[in-house]
Design a protein around this ligand. Sequence first.
Ligand SMILES: [Zn+2]
Ligand SMILES: [Zn+2]
Length: 328
Amino acid sequence: MERARGYDPDPMDVPPLFQSPSRPIAMLRWLVTAYMWPQSLLWIGISVLTYQLFTPGLDRFGSLSVDDVAVLWGRNVLLMLVVIGGQHWWLHIRKAQGTEFKYESRWLATNRSSFLFNNQTRDNMFWTLVSGGAIAALYEAIMFRLYAGDAIPQLSSLWAIAAMTFAVFWIESVHFYVNHRLLHVDPLYKWAHALHHRNVNTGPWSGISMHPLEHLLYFSLPFVFLLLPGSPFLITFCGVYLMLSPSPSHSGFDRFKIGEDRDFHGGDYFHNLHHRYFEVNYGMLLLPLDKWFGTFHDGSMEAHEAMKSRRRSTAEAGDTAAVIERNN
Ligand SMILES: [Zn+2]
Ligand SMILES: [Zn+2]
């Protein structure tokens, strides 16, 4: 499907620490003003509320029962209906800012047979709430069970938990890159990841609209705390962050407007380019592994030409292999 051109932001750069020359002070400023504020801080804030107010205590997880997983699943569904559904309602139903800052001028598909129920939003909601919400709940319950039985090391200092919360963003940059690269290899792509890539023009519900097999990998982040010292809060934080942060990043809008001439950072142009062109930008911008492994697309014409020539040489290599095979 041809892209209906919309808003194109300026080409992006890697974070200041990874530019040459490296700019550590500018990196600190970038982390506070561009990375943490407002989205990452929002995920931490929502996680604190979710953990304190809507998550059963560890005493409930002395044994692992279906009920406990179901409670966490229900909590996940409600949380996603509010946060992801809220963005969908505001941007795609109420169309509060029209197509301003929208990467594509067309709206989400309402009559396409590649989607379940022929409807992109319903398809995306189904995979997100049913499979995503349940697998996130299952992993959280397993980790709570291990903490309840004192089977794994647990941090007790608030400072250590805060530092580890910040470290989770970096750990996830590696975890996401590795499992996402793997998902682009056949047959995993065909079996699992193609479902997420049905969404070229994305909306908030597309963020974790994934095949259950992809959810099993994607939500496995909290298992790093089998090795590293963690805490039950950090497990809830991993789940909340993984469930909610892809919703603005897939919202389809680069910026969210609040008032006539005020707006703030919304979508993730870096990942939007992955949905457009597939074999670029597998990771996250925070830790630019794509830059180091040669798959970075910054949105510029030069990066676009470089991607096209990579594609041509891969195709030519494929042709040569096919010729050799035919001649043998
Ligand atoms: Zn995506
Ligand atoms: Zn992908």
